[in-house]
Each structure stands twice: as structure tokens, then as C-alpha cells.
Design a binder for this molecule. Structure first.
Ligand code: PLP
Length: 391
């Protein structure tokens, strides 16, 4: 009996698997491997957020099914609305325009299942976060890849998407600040995008977990700042990256009440919500955590400088935009992204992500994550320097 459903067979293999054997071998050989491949902050969640969780955990009222179940507690949704108001000047109705997510990634799945029919086209950027393509396949829809090119500052030239494709398309997945390229969008881009989406009757989803991780910080943006964006758009955000809370699994969908309502109908059949204690601690984080975010930005800025200085010295080009805790770097001439990544793994004991892991559009680049302690990062960069010098 073949247990695996076809919908899973259609998901393209995660290219990192190709490196897995080599990683295992290096570890078995006792190599001191430094991984710059994973985007997961090493610094702990700020102490007062953990304290808020501890307090909430002791209250038996929080041991029952989450309040307001799949929608999220009203106090959580209100905190999200305050956060968007304070940070981006975006007004949200906590009752109809905010939804709690069991981590942003769950939202990607729920959005597709709630709004896209089998056979519909969903536009996504290439390179792009792999979960978009996987969930488009799971829903029986078809992904249409919109390239992100360096000459366009890794912004999609959406006006060039053929009319026929737009007519069949239901939604467009974007992600600015962008993983993996680090590119940021500006207000003008978002504004043109919203006008175009309305013209073509397309839903927009901006996946925005790096909204706070922008250099310089005054360039932080939300798609919902565009007047009328809420007619067609949602933005997904998350406490994972900004507050070092990846393991907590909590995020939010905000924007179009119609999309939020559709997602809510899907979610009520799938999840009973996020543990109250985690939601209550997240309220604390959103209300009182601005300084912690600034502290993390200082750390990431320092690490960016360490990396960029070495690449500059050895004549390699970081194409970096000003956002996320990743750097996107062109591989030297003559290498594919997988070949160069393998060389760094085998000769430097440093693991970075081959660009191809994010789609064909990532070929020619690799991604380096700044979520490692400074001393390990410095060590990794010295090893990369020696490897490149040896040729
Ligand atoms: C990290 C990341 C996510 C996942 O966020 P969670 O809230 O931890 O699920 C989603 N999209 C992008 C682009 C990411 O980099």
C-alpha cells in the first residue's frame, strides 16, 4: 500500500537534503562545523516575556482551551492593533481585521486553503520562502514564479506578468523585507502593487516577519500603510524573529476583513488556537519590547559589518538590501550555488544555504544568516577568507 498522498509527492524536494549527507559525514569526521544556514536567533527570549509566561502558566484558567479559540484572545488581537498603530501608523479593528496564528507558517497554509481553489494560479516570487510553493501544491493550485532580479533590487516586475496569467491568478505572495535576498520594498512599490492588484482582482499577501529588522530602522514598512490596501491585502507577522521567539509558535494575520474571515472559517476546523499563556506573554512583548528589538538590531548590525568587511576584502559582493538578518551573496564565477556551498562545507567547515534552495531564481547566490554568536561568526569568516585565498 502506498501511504503517501499525491499532494505530498508533488512538493519539490527541499534542496538542503542534498547537503545532509555531507553534513553528517563532516560531523562524523569530527569537523567543527559552523552553521550560518539557519535563520533562528541564538539569543534567548527577553527575560520579562518569559516571566509573563511563567505567571500566566500558573493560572488554571489558562489550562483550558484557548479563549476565543482559533481567532486568538481579544486582548492579544487588541495588542496587535496597538502594535501596528504605534509602529506603522496602521489602524486595525481587533474584532475583524486581526487573527492569531500558530506561527506565521500556519497562516500561509490557512490563507491558501481558505481562499484558493484547485487549479487556480498563485503568484509567488522566485527566489522565495519554500513553504509558499509547498502549500500551493497542497491546495492543488498552480504556482507561477515571478523572478526577483538583482537589477530590479530584487523587487518583482509585476507589471510584466502576462495578462492571461493575471486573469487566472487568485493571489500573490510577497515577502518584504525579503528572505533570502534581504531586499526591502518602499512605499512607492507597495502603492503601485496595490493599484495593480485591484485592477486584476488579485489578493495580496505580504509575509512580513522581518518588519522590525531593517537597517536603518526608520525604513520599516507595512504594506497596509498604502491607503485602501486592506481592500485586497493581508499582512502576516510573527513574534518569532523580532523577539527571539521562534519556538513559541505565535504570529498574526492582519488586514482585509474578508480574508481574515475566510481564514477564520478554515482555522476553526483545524486548530483550537494558541495556548493562552503564550498569547498573554506576547501581549507583554508587543507592548514593552521595543528596546529589546533595538538591542537585537545593534547586534545584527555589528555582525553585518563583520561579514561585509571580510567579503569586501576578498572581493566578493554582498548584494544585500537593508533588511532581515540574512546576507545574500553572489557565488564566485564558475561555481553553481550548490558547488560553492559544498566547497565551503568541505574546505572551511562552514555551512551556508545554496540560493537554489529558494528556487531557480536563487541560482548564483548563497544566503548567510547572522543568527550565530559573534565569535563563531568571526571564526567562520576567517575560514571563508582562507578558503577563497587558496582558490
Ligand atoms: C521565518 C519565516 C517564516 C516563519 O515564521 P514563523 O512565525 O516562525 O512560522 C515565514 N516566512 C518567512 C519568509 C520567514 O523567513
Amino acid at each position: 500500500m502506498d501511504i503517501l498522498a499525491d499532494r505530498l509527492k508533488n512538493i519539490p524536494p527541499y534542496l538542503f537534503m542534498q547537503l545532509r549527507d555531507k553534513i553528517r559525514k563532516a560531523q562524523a569526521d569530527g569537523v567543527d562545523l559552523i552553521s550560518l544556514a539557519i535563520g533562528d536567533p541564538v539569543e534567548p527570549t527577553p527575560a520579562y516575556i518569559i516571566e509573563a509566561l511563567r505567571e500566566a502558566v500558573l493560572d488554571p484558567a489558562n489550562h483550558q482551551y484557548p479563549t476565543d479559540e482559533h481567532k486568538g484572545m481579544l486582548v492579544f488581537r487588541q495588542a496587535v492593533a496597538r502594535w501596528y498603530g504605534r509602529k506603522y501608523g496602521v489602524t486595525l479593528d481587533p474584532e475583524t481585521e486581526v487573527l492569531a496564528l500558530n506561527g506565521l507558517k500556519e497562516g500561509i497554509h490557512s490563507f491558501i486553503m481558505a481562499t484558493v481553489n484547485p487549479g487556480d494560479i498563485v503568484l509567488m516570487t522566485n527566489p522565495g520562502y519554500p513553504a509558499y510553493r509547498a502549500n500551493i501544491h497542497i491546495a492543488g493550485a498552480e504556482a507561477y514564479d515571478v523572478p526577483l532580479l538583482e537589477k530590479n533590487r530584487f523587487l518583482p516586475a509585476f507589471e510584466e506578468i502576462p495578462k492571461k496569467v493575471c486573469q487566472k491568478a487568485k493571489a500573490f505572495f510577497l515577502n518584504y523585507p525579503n528572505n533570502p535576498t534581504g531586499a526591502c520594498a518602499d512605499g512607492n512599490f507597495f502603492s503601485r502593487l496595490v493599484t495593480w492588484a485591484k485592477e486584476h482582482k488579485l489578493l495580496l499577501l505580504n509575509d512580513n516577519p522581518y518588519s522590525e529588522i531593517v537597517f536603518p530602522a526608520d525604513r520599516r514598512q507595512s504594506l497596509l500603510q498604502v491607503p485602501g490596501a486592506k481592500d485586497v491585502a493581508v499582512e502576516f507577522n510573527s513574534l518569532s524573529k523580532a523577539y527571539n521567539m521562534t519556538g513559541w509558535r505565535i504570529g498574526m494575520a492582519v488586514g482585509s476583513d474578508k480574508i481574515i474571515h475566510a481564514m477564520s472559517r478554515y482555522k476553526e476546523n483545524v486548530t483550537s488556537g494558541v495556548f493562552n499563556a503564550i498569547q498573554l506573554a506576547s501581549v507583554k512583548a508587543m507592548d514593552a519590547g521595543d528596546q529589546d528589538i533595538e538591542n537585537m538590531l545593534t547586534i545584527y548590525q555589528r555582525r553585518r559589518d563583520i561579514v561585509l568587511r571580510v567579503f569586501d576584502e576578498i572581493g566578493m559582493c554582498a548584494t544585500g538590501g537593508g533588511g532581515t538578518f540574512y546576507l545574500w551573496i553572489a557565488v564566485p564565477p564558475g561555481f553553481s550555488s550548490l558547488e560553492f556551498t559544498t566547497k565551503l562545507l568541505e574546505e572551511a567547515g562552514v555551512l551556508v544555504t545554496p540560493g537554489i534552495a529558494y528556487g531557480q531564481g536563487g541560482e548564483g547566490y548563497f544566503r548567510l544568516s547572522l543568527t550565530v554568536p559573534d565569535d563563531r561568526l568571526k571564526q567562520a569568516m576567517e575560514r571563508i577568507r582562507s578558503t577563497i585565498k587558496r582558490g
